[in-house]
Every structure is written in structure tokens, then in C-alpha cells.
Ligand binder design. Sequence first.
Ligand SMILES: [Zn+2]
Length: 87
Amino acid sequence: MTEIHLPTRAPHNRAMAATLQIWHNRDRGLIQRTLDGLKAMDHPAACRSGAPINGYAHAHQVMAAHAKHRGCPRYQAAFERTQQERP
Ligand SMILES: [Zn+2]
């Protein structure tokens, strides 16, 4: 079997690193296909969350977490909260 050098830094979670390496060695395309599938998902559950946004600072935290999601409803809700507080 070909030796794989992933990851290049010392992993924080050695069990997770070992699991990922086993998955990668069993099926070279698995991690990439999983990543592609996650990116293709419309909006994950967190983006559809209706949990309350508790103030201006929380709204900015939510916006930062969802900033890269195109058309994200959670981002939009947080943005609207900031506009309510400081228009
Ligand atoms: Zn989102």
C-alpha cells in the first residue's frame, strides 16, 4: 500500500486523524465526494434554525458563521436583527 502523508501537522485528535486516514486509504474518493455533497446541500439545519438572536453582538457572530452560505436564511435573519438594533 502506498504511504499517505496526511495531515502534515500533528493532529489535535489522533483518533479522528487515524479514522480519516483509514477512510482515505480504503476509498480514495470518499472524502472528496463527502465534501462535494456537503457543499451541494441546499441549507444545513443550522441555516434553517429559528433560534432567537440575542442582541447585536450575537447577530454578528451568526453572520460571521454563515457569511459564506449563498442565500442563507440564518444570515439574513441576523442581518435584519442588526438593522433593527442600529439602522
Ligand atoms: Zn448558513
